[in-house]
Every structure is written in structure tokens, then in C-alpha cells.
Write a protein that binds this ligand. Structure first.
Ligand code: HEM
Length: 144
């Protein structure tokens, strides 16, 4: 079961990245061209947030099941990475996307909606790219 969860969490990163990159890029383009905020924009931003929350649920489950999470082994880089660095940075990124989406909902003008999505989703994207345990980082992880 743990193996299945790790694979689901690992594969979903690509869905999250694709959605986040599309939503951020689209928000920038439409903000700069003063385009109207459509139902399609709202759905893209919403689905991005939903998939981030699915990653959060999987991540939290792994946090309590994984052998890579161990507070007594903080001296070792790999344990420190999964126990603190990865988990905290991802929690922050998920919070940023949630705040960005909620600000876009509350904003009155379309340009403000795109601006909130662009700024908060971009910050989240940077954090996620830094916090993903890419295979070349030497933590024994996979591409999928
Ligand atoms: C957008 C959010 C997230 C992304 C894209 C992401 C991505 C990943 C990836 C790619 C792996 C490596 C899987 C492999 O072994 O191939 C991983 C592992 C892990 N993640 Fe996340 N993660 C996210 C959020 C979280 C959160 C919020 C937590 C905990 C609070 C978390 C906890 C873990 C743990 C404990 C592992 C190690 C699992 C194991 O190998 O036993 N993740 N994550």
C-alpha cells in the first residue's frame, strides 16, 4: 500500500506542475493584455488548487507512514529533507495557491484576479520546483 501511495504521489507531481505552469502563464498573459476573466480561467485555477490539495492529503498520509520521515535522524540529509524541508516547503506552496485562489475570488476587477493568481501561483511553483526530490538529487527517487 505504501508503494502505491508513493507512486500516486510521485506521478501526480506532473499533473500539479502542468496545471500550475498553465495557470500561472495564462494569468500573466491575460493580466498584461487586460483580457476578461472567464469561467475557463476560474476552472483552471480551481482545478490547480484541488490537485494541490490531493497532493497534500497523499503527502500527509505518507508523512505518517514513510520510513523516510524520522525526527530522530535529522543529522542525515535524506531524512531531514523528507521530514522537514520537503514537507514544510510543500505545505507553504499549497497555502500560497489557496490564498491566491481565494484572493482571485474576492477581487472585483478582472486584472486583480489575474494578478493574485499570477503572483501566488508563481511563488508556489518556484517552491515546488525547489522542494521536489528530483532523481538527480540523490534521494533514490523516481521520475514517475
Ligand atoms: C505539490 C505538492 C507535492 C509534490 C509535487 C510532492 C512530490 C513528491 C515526490 C515527487 C516525491 C518522491 C516520490 C518517489 O519516491 O519517487 C515525494 C515524496 C514524499 N512526499 Fe511529497 N510532494 C508534495 C507535497 C507533500 C506534502 C505536503 C507532504 C507532507 C506533509 C509530503 C510528504 C512526502 C513524503 C513523506 C515523501 C516520501 C515518501 C517515501 O518515499 O516514502 N509531500 N513527494
Amino acid at each position: 500500500m505504501l508503494n502505491g501511495l508513493v507512486h500516486a504521489h510521485s506521478g501526480l507531481r506532473w499533473v500539479v506542475l502542468l496545471l500550475l505552469i498553465s495557470a500561472t502563464f495564462k494569468a500573466l498573459m491575460k493580466w498584461r493584455s487586460n483580457a476578461p476573466y472567464t469561467e475557463g480561467d476560474r476552472k483552471l485555477n480551481l482545478f490547480t488548487m484541488i490537485f494541490m490539495h490531493v497532493q497534500l492529503l497523499l503527502g500527509l498520509t505518507l508523512f505518517f507512514m514513510s520510513e523516510r520521515v524520522d525526527f530522530s535522524q535529522m543529522g542525515k540529509a535524506a531524512f531531514r529533507f523528507f521530514t522537514v524541508e520537503h514537507s514544510v516547503m510543500m505545505l507553504l506552496a499549497i497555502a500560497l495557491v489557496t490564498i491566491g485562489y481565494s484572493k482571485s475570488k474576492k477581487a472585483k476587477e478582472d486584472a486583480q484576479k489575474f494578478r493574485s493568481v499570477f503572483i501566488y501561483y508563481l511563488l508556489a511553483l518556484i517552491l515546488i520546483l525547489v522542494a521536489i526530490p528530483w532523481p538527480f538529487r540523490g534521494f533514490g527517487t523516481q521520475w514517475f
